[in-house]
Write a new protein. Structure first.
Ligand code: ATP
Ligand code: MG
Length: 502
């Protein structure tokens, strides 16, 4: 990114929008760039509290530059080369005067060595400037920047020297945090443990989890189940198992591309979310859930975009990682076309997400699930967006047998007293979730009568249930017809699934 910023400044881009909440770090980078240029540029910083102040100089405000318009006019008048950082201008860009003076500034910069950098934690570009502005994200600290933080911390606290391994682990654990956050976390780990060492990695990690949780959009998922807790879906399991080591150095050396992501479509309650979550264990990668509902924030224009950016940036900084987006259809429903009632926010969000997916270089594997294809924007389904689109159908007879076995074994060690084949036969049209519910219902029944539960209790529970596949037969049939042509079946035998009728 710094490279990019450097290039933009040298290429005389008049207006650069830098999205960041780390003002100090960003200013330092800009200053470093300014000094490396020929001719060297001065750096000025404008805030609404102090007006324009030269970077690194004692705080003496340039005359009367507190109002945005006056500040921009002052910038226009400057003859010397310079980079002018305007911090948090976004609340003022609703004002016609401010926007106009920015446009005047841009026009006046032709042939000069002047650039304006708008620096703000949220992205809000006035329509009038959309064509002239370049938006850049300031990235979270890299390993080497964190290394500086850690070194400073150890020097200041007169701590013991770390081994190379311990240092690397502590740095890796802090990836995804801002510089300030990393400092805080190292300090806290030190206070707790007296001495910073390899064992404090866990403290750093758990602090990081909390910080990530606090932003409310990403969530670390801890899943105890392994992929063996999922019945059936053999094709899907095989695909995932084959890619267990896809994010290793070895795979890169072999020449394999990094997997981008997968979409799992299917009937409700058939294990989509479950298998997505167990992939974390299978691949040995952390899994973060992106809560799209929380990305949307109507409180301020640009807030939602900033939320999404920050979440994706955090995910990238702790990659390799699995980014789990459950119920993708609900997240992007508004952007599918007509239902645009939110002033275009959802289609903008959708657009930024697609662009990110397209361009991302970091190993973030997107795992998305959905069950309403008609609500899913068509762009998602286009070839090449995801590595594979799987369709999880209602379980086949063998799969139902498998699911009964898994859920009965989870609750009782001796399951030989159950006739799995009969249960499988009796549960035609049931989803995995409904099978599990039938077992639980049978257990409640028997428990209330103070006895062990049996085959017949389960059969009674099955008979008392009207599965979703019947109550929502039309939707399920429509989904199947759709998926049959476009997605890869997750179950073992294609022939089997195509024969299935209910
Ligand atoms: N194939 C399966 N094997 C074992 N258990 C299953 C299976 N399918 C569903 N279940 C049980 O049902 C529960 C709910 O399934 P899950 O949440 O994965 O369904 P889903 O496909 O994501 O449904 P939805 O579309 O409603 O989100 C699981 O936690 C699990 O206990
Ligand atoms: Mg689900």
């Amino acid at each position: 990114m710094k490279e990019e910023l450097n290039v933009l400044i040298q290429a005389q881009y008049p207006l650069i929008y830098l999205v960041t909440s780390e003002e100090e770090r960003s200013e330092q980078s800009i200053f470093a760039i300014a000094q490396s240029l020929k001719p060297q540029r001065r750096v000025y910083v404008w805030t609404v509290t102090h007006g324009i102040v030269e970077y690194g100089q004692p705080r003496s405000t340039q005359h009367n530059t507190v109002s945005p318009e006056a500040a921009i006019e002052w910038i226009i008048r400057q003859k010397e080369p310079g980079i002018f950082i305007l911090k948090d201008l976004h609340p003022f860009t609703d004002d016609a005067g401010t926007v106009r003076s920015l446009r005047d500034a841009i026009a006046s910069f032709k042939g000069t060595y002047k650039n304006i950098v708008l620096m703000s934690p949220i992205q809000k570009v006035p329509v009038e400037l959309e064509k002239e502005v370049v938006v850049l994200d300031f990235p979270l600290p890299s390993m080497s920047e964190l290394n500086e933080v850690l070194t400073n911390h150890i020097e200041q606290s007169r701590g013991r020297r770390l081994t190379t391994e311990a240092r690397e682990k502590l740095l890796r654990a802090a990836l995804g945090l801002t510089k300030d956050e990393a400092e805080k976390v190292y300090r806290k780990a030190q206070v707790t443990a007296k001495q910073l060492s390899e064992t404090e990695v866990d403290i750093v990690l758990s602090e990081k989890r909390q910080l990530i949780r606090r932003n409310g959009i990403l969530e670390y998922i801890e899943e105890d189940e392994t992929i063996d807790a999922v019945g059936g879906l053999e094709e899907l399991k095989k695909w995932l198992t084959q890619r267990s080591n896809a994010f290793t150095e070895r795979a890169r050396e072999y020449g394999l591309p990094q997997p981008k992501g997968m979409l799992i479509l299917g009937v409700p309650g058939c294990g989509k979310s479950l298998i997505a979550k167990t992939t974390s264990r299978l691949w040995g990668l952390p899994i973060l859930r992106l809560d799209m509902g929380r990305v949307y924030d109507g409180s301020m224009v640009g807030r939602s975009e900033a939320n999404l950016r920050n979440a994706l940036k955090t995910a990238e900084s702790i990659s390799p990682v699995i980014l789990f987006i459950d119920e993708l259809d609900k997240s992007f429903a508004g952007s599918a076309g007509s239902g645009d009632s939110d002033g275009g926010t959802s289609s903008r969000i959708f657009g930024s997400f697609l662009t990110w997916m397209q361009e991302k270089k970091s190993p973030v594997f997107v795992m998305a699930t959905a069950n309403r294809v008609e609500r899913l924007p068509g762009e998602f389904l286009r070839k090449g967006r995801f590595d594979e689109i799987f369709f999880v159908d209602l379980p086949t007879p063998e799969e139902r047998r498998d699911i009964f076995k898994i859920h009965l074994s989870k609750r009782r060690s001796d399951i030989s007293r159950f006739d799995l084949d009969q249960l499988s036969k009796m549960s035609d049209g049931f989803s995995g979730a409904e099978i599990e519910q039938a077992i639980v219902a049978a257990m409640y029944e028997a428990f209330a009568q103070d006895r062990e539960f049996h085959q017949l209790d389960i059969i009674a529970a099955l008979k008392a249930t009207l599965p979703l596949s019947r109550t929502m037969q039309e939707q399920v049939t429509a989904l199947r017809d759709w998926a049959r042509q476009r997605a890869r079946p997750a179950a073992a035998s294609v022939a089997e699934y195509q024969r299935m009728e209910f």
